[in-house]
Design a binder for this molecule. Structure first.
Ligand code: ADP
Length: 715
């Protein structure tokens, strides 16, 4: 004792040496590796600072250089006093839990918490650490991240384990101090150390307990030993493990809480040395009777973890009949605390394994749901009439639908996974994807793309694909071809301009001549002339308004109503001819009629409208004058009539389009001539209402001929 006292004075306790770093780093390593998390323990004063256990590629690449190691080295002074999270290199946040040992505060750091993607930060880090940016960025993206809740639950376990190692360290210290220089004690110490190593290296509880029991028997020279665990549901003790000659029989026996020496130790939580069981009333004879083992002396200690008794360890009969000593109680207590760690550890692992299994099942279910969702989304996307194209954050194609394949001349099988820059025609689109991924905002824009030899206009929506970590994992774009809408828009506004111009043209002379007649005294001849002009212009206005009304009826899908009558078609031709014959001095209108007129059932006024439209076009589009020939003839089935001019003619590519609503030929000469693009559509429509039709033959600068036909019987 004197020796011990003086050694105490010479050597003040260095708590950092008390701590069993080797065992802890082993546990820390195993946990970090199994769970893919990062762990580090650092005391507030920096005396204990474990090597960070971190198996991520990100950490590995970073710490491959000296500069990187410096960056990653978390120092005690850099951890704020009251903090839940410590943020270290590149925004990596570690949960910081605290525990105490020997009056010192310890920070247990567990990471990494989910974070936002920040390539700029990684770039700077790569530069500072002197490592390859590309590699580091890849590793950064695949770094395992944990939600705050998950970090909390894992950290709880780790702190518990850490506390157990602290307890163990103290036990070890006490035992070693008490028995210094005692060879027998050295053997006990090494048995304890072996037990620590085993705890660290195996998760098999049976194997662990067996080795612990064997160490106890060997060191204490006992005949047998056993471990009981508490079945808290039944308030009983059962043999978890027994050694010695009768181990199999022993295992079948259960003890009531408080029954026998083991039951008493389990109940009180206190160690007990019974040198002669025959003199102790607590001894339960029934076990010996059942196993036919004769118990003489017993050391029994509780198995305690976190002050909770999990069971008891007992050692029976010294070989050769000697007595157990009190120091052997201490040894068995130290050993039992190892066993308690072993049990706790196994429970923890089992618990974690269970959770991992559950997570696995959850994941599988989620995967099935995801596949169903994916199929649904895919069929929706494929059946869309708009082009859909999705890329990842590197702008590599991850999905396209059929419309996109057709429009952008892509082939999914061939182009999937390729960078957009190699497959898409427009640089604009790639820039839009870049902006959307960087800014994580939806954008709507018009993009122009040349497809074949025509420029198409698309209304494009670009949206970022945000993953559960709030990082832009790519972008999806929807392209709607609005080329036709745009053209129609342009045509409509041109049409409006035209219509207002066309309406104003006849109004001006009407207004002017009517004012003349009101203000001045004009002779009868002039009155007739002015009234004639006013009448003609009014008719023009009426015809135009009639056309507009017809058009709006056609647009509304109501159709025009026909008032049919049987009529000699020659009469209709003559009526129109009479109206137009002296309309222009530069033109000569020729009417050719068959001797015997065909009698046909038509809407007379509508037929006049058709001929009027054709004749006024013939006049308008032959600005240099010429002959205009009106003809009618018939065969068995049809009645035909035509209007032929010697004017501007129509280019072959426009021949089909001139019957479309609002279409006007894009040509300087035509543009100078007023018009609305509704005359010919109405001609076509009226003829179709009569089950007939219209065709045109034309040659540029030579003239055009519009030939109409109506079946004789089927109206
Ligand atoms: P509008 O004459 O009011 O423009 P239309 O529907 O009657 O509208 O004609 C459509 C287009 O067809 C005209 O703009 C013109 O370019 C062309 N067109 C029609 N008739 C003739 C013709 N007789 N000769 C040459 N071009 C014609």
């Amino acid at each position: 004792m004197a020796e011990e006292k003086s050694s105490k004075q010479q050597e003040p306790i260095d708590y950092s040496k008390l701590f069993n770093m080797r065992v802890w780093e082993g546990i820390q390593y195993k946990f970090a590796k199994d769970l893919g998390i990062a762990i580090k323990v650092i005391s507030e004063d920096g005396m204990i600072n474990t090597q960070e256990s971190n198996f991520s590629d990100f950490y590995r690449i970073l710490t491959s250089t000296d500069a990187g190691q410096q960056i990653c080295d978390i120092k005690a002074e850099n951890i704020p006093k009251e903090t839940k999270f410590v943020t270290v290199y590149a925004d990596c946040s570690y949960l910081c839990a605290t525990t105490y040992f020997y009056g010192k505060k310890f920070n247990v750091l567990v990471g990494t918490k989910e974070r936002r993607y920040d390539a700029e930060l990684v770039k700077k880090l790569a530069l500072d650490a002197g490592v390859d940016f590309g590699q580091l960025l890849e590793a950064y993206k695949s770094q395992p991240l944990f939600s705050e809740g998950r970090l909390e639950s894992i950290t709880d376990l780790i702190v518990d384990l850490f506390n157990i190692v602290i307890e163990l360290s103290v036990q070890e210290y006490i035992t070693s101090r008490a028995n210094r220089k005692n060879e027998e004690e050295i053997a006990k110490m090494s048995a304890l150390m072996d037990a620590s190593v085993i705890i660290n290296s195996t998760r098999n509880l049976d194997q662990l307990l067996k080795i612990i029991m064997q160490s106890a028997e060997k060191v204490m020279q006992a005949e047998a030993s056993s471990v009981f665990l508490i079945d808290s549901e039944r308030n009983e003790l059962y043999f978890e493990m027994a050694t010695g000659p009768k181990q199999e029989e022993v295992k079948k026996i259960r003890l009531k809480m408080g029954e026998g020496i083991a039951g008493w130790v389990a109940y009180t939580g206190e160690s007990l040395l019974v040198p002669d069981v025959s003199k102790d009333h607590r001894f339960a004879k029934r076990v010996d009777e059942k196993t036919q083992f004769i118990t003489r002396s017993v050391i029994c200690v509780p198995l305690k973890a976190h002050n909770q008794v999990l069971g008891v360890v007992q050692v029976l009969n010294k070989i050769g009949g000697g007595n157990f000593s009190k120091t052997e109680i201490k040894f068995l207590e130290a050993l039992s605390s190892q066993a308690a760690i072993a049990i706790e550890n196994t429970n923890l692992y089992e618990h974690l394994e269970e959770r991992a299994e559950q997570l696995n099942v959850d994941l599988k279910n989620a995967n099935v749901n995801l596949s169903i969702q994916k199929l649904r989304i895919e069929s929706i996307v494929q059946s869309m009439e708009d082009a859909v194209l999705a890329v990842d954050s590197n702008k590599k194609m991850v999905m396209i639908n059929r419309v996109a394949e057709r429009l952008f001349s892509l082939n999914w099988e061939f182009d999937k996974g390729k960078p957009l820059i190699n497959t898409m025609p427009g640089g604009d689109i790639i820039n839009n994807f870049t902006t959307v991924i960087n800014e994580k905002k939806i954008t709507k824009t018009e993009v122009k793309l040349k497809i074949g030899n025509k420029e198409h206009i698309f209304l494009a929506f670009f949206a970022p694909i945000i993953d559960e970590k709030d990082v832009a994992a790519g972008s999806v774009a929807v392209f709607r071809d609005i080329t036709e809408i745009k053209e129609l828009d342009k045509m409509k506004s041109e049409f409006l301009n035209m219509v207002s111009h066309e309406l104003r043209t006849p109004l001006t002379p009407i207004q002017a001549y009517s004012e003349l007649m009101m203000v001045r005294d004009v002779d009868n001849a002039k009155v007739k002339k002015y009234a004639d002009i006013i009448n003609k212009e009014t008719q023009r206005l009426g015809a135009l308004i009639g056309d507009l009304l017809d058009l709006s009826r056609m647009d509304a899908g109501k159709g025009l109503s026909l008032s049919l009558e049987s009529i000699a078609f020659n009469d209709i031709m003559t009526t129109v001819y009479e109206t137009f014959k002296s309309a222009s001095v530069r033109h000569k209108i020729i009417l050719t009629l068959p001797e015997k007129s065909a009698i046909i059932t038509v809407d007379k006024n509508k037929m006049i409208q058709v001929l009027t439209n054709l004749l006024s076009n013939a006049l308008k589009y032959s600005p240099d004058g010429g002959d205009i020939t009106m003809k009618t003839w018939d065969d068995e089935k049809n009645l035909y009539f035509s209007v032929k001019d010697q004017g501007l003619g129509v280019a072959p590519e426009d021949l089909t389009k001139i019957f479309d609503k609002f279409y006007r030929v894009e040509n300087e000469k035509v543009k100078k001539i007023g018009g609305t693009g509704i005359g010919l559509p109405i001609v076509k429509y009226i003829l179709e209402l009569h089950n007939g039709g219209v065709t045109v033959t034309s040659e540029i600068n030579k003239g055009s001929e519009f030939i109409c036909h109506i079946p004789k019987t089927e109206q």
